[in-house]
Design a protein around this ligand. Structure first.
Ligand code: HAM
Length: 444
């Protein structure tokens, strides 16, 4: 009886308390009605096509992971932005904010039996509780490309080439974007030469990573207070990053063996990109550090040339992460490219394809008597792979033709009693308006 009362009262309660305005979209999340989904699909399909050209295999993982996977491995910035909670089994869990820790975990379980290098890609939806600003939302789709098991710098060049080609395939050129490249090993050597102690390197990286977003005075203060540099050293160090290029490195720093190894590595890297015809997209810029904790070598970010937008893409080498996550110690390099900034850039540059509905056939019936035959024809055409629609209730010819135009039909098939008596239908080409009769047996 209680059951019945609950059931019968439910609709009234629902109607009374839940006005439609109560169901607002959460800030930082997007709806994708078809016209908006079209752009996302265009981007993701382009990423897939380019991935396949590079022989990459697609993978995925769960959207929810153990919280532990991110703590320490991703770095404070991302950990502070986690959507995390305790599940009903008392597990501390988090919605994935990035894919790289999942990739490391997945490979940790199975890489030993796999031939190397492993070249994988994914296009997951990710979640970060970020402060909302242009180009940063609380969910986004991110193209991840990673090569695991190869330490040669050729893998670094290959990874950057995939990212650049992903953007070129969307119609962007060297007029629209650049890859800014640095090397954490080179940066460590420079910082050490300036007197930064090993245990302060991460803090110093954090200061450099934010140089472009905070006033110079605040960076100086952080270098003095948190990194323990003298003011004059801190000032000289910042001078290097004002230009960002290698030419600003002091002579004594250039002589260190770590720096010269890093410079030789850069040369091989740039020569590979030159051979691929992509050199014009690449700039060396020591200001690039990357906010994530696990990077160990060459790091890069892609930006629009006008520098109006946040980074379109970021990545680099992370040779220790798989081991940290408990797997085989394997070198790795990869990137993540988000759909949000990219969508903005494509819109700014007029590169969003026009949204258009399309349909092979719209079937029009002259009266309700032809409906059964129309359904048979529609189903036969769909089985042949054609896209077909029709009015779901009886309508005037005029209304049906309007619907056909609205849905972008290439042809309208008119099913009428006279034509059916002759075993035919009339096909109207929607672009030219021309009509011809087609025997039912020839329809495909
Ligand atoms: P990330 O720099 O944190 O790297 O993100 C890569 C890209 O994802 C950014 O450049 C941006 O386009 C996009 N993105 C990140 N956060 C947001 C957001 N809140 N809203 C919109 N777009 C966003 C990583 O995630 C690394 N795991 C990439 C990687 C893969 N490194 C090696 N393999």
């Amino acid at each position: 009886m209680t059951h019945l009362v609950e059931l019968s009262s439910a609709p009234a309660r629902f109607g009374a308390n839940m006005a439609t305005s109560a169901f607002k979209k959460l800030p930082g999340f997007r709806d994708f009605p078809p016209e908006d989904l079209a752009l996302r699909s265009h981007i993701v399909e382009t990423w897939r096509r380019v991935s396949r050209r590079y022989g990459l295999l697609e993978y995925d993982g769960p959207p929810l992971e153990s919280l532990d996977l991110y703590v320490e491995k991703s770095g404070d910035e991302i950990v502070g932005q986690l959507y995390s909670f305790t599940d009903k089994g008392d597990r501390e869990v988090a919605l994935r904010p990035e894919m790289t820790p999942s990739l490391a975990r997945i490979l940790g379980d199975r890489s030993r039996g796999m031939s190397k290098p492993i070249r994988w890609f994914a296009t997951p939806q990710l979640f970060r509780y970020e402060r909302q600003q242009r180009g940063r939302l609380r969910e986004h789709f991110q193209w991840n490309v990673d090569i695991v098991g190869e330490e040669h710098v050729a893998a670094d060049a290959e990874i950057l080439a995939v990212a650049i080609d992903g953007l070129r395939e969307l119609g962007l050129t060297a007029d629209h974007f650049r890859a800014r490249v640095s090397d954490r090993r080179l940066l460590s050597a420079v910082l050490t030469a300036f007197g930064v102690q090993d245990d302060s390197l991460d803090v110093a990286f954090g200061v450099i990573d934010k140089l472009e977003r905070v006033p110079r005075e605040a960076s100086l203060e952080a270098l003095v207070k948190d990194v323990d540099l003298e003011m004059s050293r801190a000032d000289a160090l910042l001078g290097i990053f004002d230009g960002g290029g290698l030419e600003d490195l002091p002579q004594d720093v250039m002589k260190s063996s770590e720096v010269s190894t890093a410079l030789d590595r850069f040369q091989v890297y740039l020569e590979a990109l030159e051979a691929m015809g992509l050199r014009e997209y690449v700039e060396i810029d020591l200001c690039i550090v990357r906010g994530l904790a696990y990077y160990t070598g060459i790091v890069f970010e892609l930006f629009d040339t006008g520098r109006d937008l946040r980074a379109i893409c970021g990545g680099g080498r992370y040779d220790r992460l798989l081991e940290f996550v408990g797997g085989e110690p394997l070198p790795a390099v990869g990137f993540g490219m988000g759909d949000v900034v990219l969508g903005e850039l494509l819109a700014d540059r007029g590169l969003v394809p026009e949204y258009a509905r399309s349909l092979d056939y719209f079937i029009v019936t002259v009266s309700s008597k032809e409906r059964t035959e129309a359904l048979r024809i529609a189903h036969m055409l769909r089985e042949n792979g054609r896209s077909v629609a029709y009015a779901l209730k009886d309508q005037t010819l005029g209304k049906q033709l309007k619907a056909a135009a609205r849905e972008g039909a290439s042809q309208v098939l008119i099913v009428g009693p006279d034509e059916l008596a002759r075993g035919c239908i009339t096909a109207r080409d929607m672009e030219s308006g021309s009509e011809r009769e087609i025997p039912l047996s020839e329809l495909k």
